[in-house]
Design a protein around this ligand. Structure first.
Ligand code: BGC
Length: 339
């Protein structure tokens, strides 16, 4: 009898530990964080790296305190789940990798971040229709079951930057199959969806989001790419863009506003709980004044539309944080928070 009581006590204690790790501040709906002072940032260059570059669990979570001290309330964690799967038919997520992510997610929730966990670096068009769908649904079935006891601090972003190879009809179909599964595990889980064409505004044409509560649309904004991605190693020809400036003239600003108007237009005929500008940013090598002007313009436009936002990224190529000096880039932080 004593053994069973002790066992029950230990199990209860473990549950309490997890509940505490989840924190509570992040439990407010994502829509309540769509304000000037509640921005977010993507924790890039870690869990979303290709398998051969993945170095293991985040050894120190000091970054989380730094990000909190910067004023961010949303932490987007890009994760390349698809790189860490076993074979068919289960496509089991590598338990060690899942534990690595758990540790980080728990620590982020304990700091009251709203955590947006995405499926990054996943290209469904690499597989046959059947296999692609199996992999996609297996990932979200496992994750929604694994995180079923987690509160609303944890948000699922179903598919980062679907390419133009996948039609919006197919995306809508995939979402319509998986959203009920996620909700059967956690009825209150907020969900973020994206259209094709790498979540760019152009992808919204013909995209129909799941028509259920607590679904957000995400868009990524990097226009003009010639400016934001100048010198990007992963884009052919981008070295020729180096030196491109963004003056922030009335015409430049109008171009941004017109692009973003298309999102609001899409929204009028689709039922979503909000818009999450889940990525926007400029590579660090760009002309500084242009970079600050562009970030300020996009952030201001986003906030004035009542959207939530997350800057790409924390301390990698687009970094708001200067890891060489271990401090925030005061200029970037300033324009992100409207100073
Ligand atoms: C990609 C990054 C890239 C960024 C900006 C992200 O979604 O994963 O590799 O740097 O977009 O292009």
């Amino acid at each position: 009898m004593f053994f069973f009581r002790a066992l029950f006590f230990l199990v209860a204690l473990a549950g309490l530990g997890r509940a505490c790790a989840e924190g509570s501040g992040g439990d407010a709906p994502l829509s309540s964080l769509c304000t000037e002072k509640s921005g977010g940032v993507s924790y890039s260059n870690h869990f979303e790296l290709p398998l051969e570059k993945y170095v293991g669990a985040v050894e120190s979570v000091a970054d989380l305190d730094v990000i909190r001290s910067g004023g961010f309330k949303i932490l987007r964690i890009p994760v390349a789940w698809g790189e860490h799967l076993g074979g068919s038919p289960d496509y089991r997520i590598d338990p060690t990798f899942l534990r690595d992510v758990d540790k980080f997610v728990d620590q982020a929730l304990a700091r009251d971040f709203k955590v947006v966990l995405d499926l990054h670096r996943f290209d469904i068009s690499k597989y046959s229709d059947r296999e692609g769908e199996d992999r996609f649904s297996s990932i979200w079935k496992q994750l929604s079951s694994h995180y079923r006891t987690y509160g609303r601090g944890l948000v699922f972003e179903l598919y980062n930057e679907p390419s133009q190879q996948i039609s919006n009809d197919r995306l809508s179909y995939l979402y319509s199959k998986i959203v009920p599964v996620v909700r059967s595990n956690s009825p209150a889980r907020e969900i973020v969806v994206s259209a094709n064409r790498w979540s760019k505004v152009e992808g919204l044409k013909g995209f129909i989001s799941p028509q259920v509560a607590d679904v957000y649309l995400t868009v990524h904004y990097y226009a003009p790419a010639k400016f934001t991605h100048q010198g990007a190693s992963w884009i052919a020809g981008a070295s020729a863009w180096v030196g491109t400036k963004w003056e922030g003239s009335p015409a430049d600003q109008k171009a941004v506003a017109q692009d973003l108007d298309l999102v609001d237009e899409w929204r009028r005929s689709n039922r979503v709980s909000g818009v999450f500008l889940g990525e926007f940013g400029v590579l660090k090598g760009a002309d500084r004044l242009s970079r600050l002007n562009w970030i300020k313009t996009v952030r201001t436009e986003s906030v004035s539309r009542g959207w939530c936002w997350a800057y790409w990224d924390f301390k990698a190529g687009f970094g708001a944080y200067d890891s060489s000096q271990n401090k925030w880039d005061a200029g970037v932080l300033g324009v992100l928070f409207g100073k």
